[in-house]
Design a protein around this ligand. Structure first.
Ligand SMILES: Cc1ncc(COP(=O)(O)O)c(C=O)c1O
Length: 376
């Protein structure tokens, strides 16, 4: 009998090796991975990241944040690009969002944060309280106060919740866990302007949408905005636990000496992997080809599935793809896996695809073929 808490529903299968964009199970069966470990191994099992990890593992794994860390400086510089952001490193998306909530409150001197119905921001008390889904909070007692939940894509509903104590508005640009729902472009540009005009911080949770997932390094680039604060995790170190909170440098005073910290945050192995991941992604032609292939996957899915009675809608931003269906999700996932394709679900009625952003055309065609036969 398992000695683990039964808080996950696990399929009766174990993957023991990765090769490029494929996974291999204990029986040696090979699967095309359209899940990236829930949006984490965005580059697949990548030789450049592997080499960086091996090299760092030979030198040193960990040093506390009591000393200079040139790898952290390197990753922060690559993440900020030509923008004026400072970075704090941690180990997960929930921790990154905790840091975002804390800096927003401290820098503004205000308490309230508006998030959105059906959002997902994590499982710690702060990030769970930010999450706009009751089922995530059930049984855990009082949540952190001063969170309010607006309707996604509805600026009036946001405005109706704003008070003189509103510190920030926090959102995912594509609601991932609740069903792959992209934000409307006008909603986001108007929201960003509203935040600026009213001295409210805009926090973008890029934990799932970031690190190339949507065809750009960060999803906010699609919307032509620059958040005051944004968070990363999942794909940041392509599979090594790592999170980050970035905020405009004028908020730096709020995270002064002693205000916040993490033992493992910015760990050398994680930073070496993150730095190598970013090196791949910031190559000049990289995202041009990612966006082209993602578009090819989405249009092949549209032509294979849009006439299928069981598919109600296909939604996508880059390689973040949701296939809404009336069918039993568990059965569809199991059938896809039997046929050699690993997919995810989201919400109650969506098959979610978060493939490595390095898919080849051959892999795209094979994945689409399997999904077509599963839905038929
Ligand atoms: C948008 C978003 N924020 C935060 C999280 C929490 O990240 P983690 O599980 O690394 O704490 C997730 C995880 O799915 C997520 O999708």
């Amino acid at each position: 009998m398992s000695k683990l808490f039964q808080n996950y529903k696990r399929a009766d299968i174990e993957f023991v090796q990765a090769e490029g964009n494929n996974l291999i199970d204990t029986d040696g069966k090979k699967y095309l991975d359209f899940s990236s470990g829930i949006g984490v191994t965005n580059l697949g099992f990548h030789p450049q990241v592997n080499a960086a990890l091996m090299k760092q593992a030979e030198k040193m794994w960990h040093q506390p944040n009591l000393y200079q860390n040139s790898l952290q400086e390197e990753v922060a510089t690559k993440l900020a690009g030509d923008k004026d952001y400072l970075a704090f490193f941690c180990n997960s998306g929930a921790e990154a969002n905790e840091a975002a909530i804390k800096i927003a409150r401290k820098a503004s001197g205000k308490q309230e944060i508006i998030t959105f119905i059906n959002s997902f921001h994590g499982r710690t008390f702060g990030s769970m309280s930010a999450t706009g889904q009751d089922k995530i909070k059930e049984g855990f007692g009082d949540v952190v106060p001063h969170f309010k939940y607006a309707t996604f894509n509805d600026l009036d509903s946001v405005k109706s919740l704003v008070t003189t104590d509103t510190a920030a508005i926090m959102l995912e640009l594509v609601q991932g866990e609740s069903g792959v729902k992209p934000a409307d472009a006008t909603f986001i540009t108007e929201l960003a302007t509203y935040c600026k005009d009213n001295g409210i911080f805009l926090i973008v949770d890029e934990v799932q949408t970031g690190m190339g997932r949507t065809g750009k390094l960060f999803a906010f680039e699609h919307y032509g905005i620059e958040p005051d604060i944004f968070t990363l995790a999942k794909g940041l170190a392509n599979g090594v636990p790592c999170g980050a909170m970035l905020a405009k440098s004028e908020l730096g005073h709020a995270f002064s000496y002693g205000s916040h910290g993490s033992t493992f945050g910015g760990n050398k192995l994680a930073m070496a992997a993150a730095s190598a991941t970013l090196d791949v992604m910031i190559e000049p032609d990289f995202f041009g080809s990612v966006a082209k292939h993602a578009q090819s996957l989405v249009s092949q899915l549209q032509s294979a599935l849009s006439n299928n009675q069981k598919v109600t809608e296909i939604r996508a931003l880059g390689y973040m793809i949701g296939i809404e269906t009336s069918e039993d999700l568990g059965q569809l996932v199991a059938e896809a896996r039997d046929k050699g394709l690993v997919v995810l679900t989201a919400g109650t009625n969506v098959i979610r695809l978060l493939p490595p952003i390095t898919l080849t055309e051959t892999e795209i065609s094979r994945g689409v073929e399997i999904l077509k036969s599963v839905f038929e």
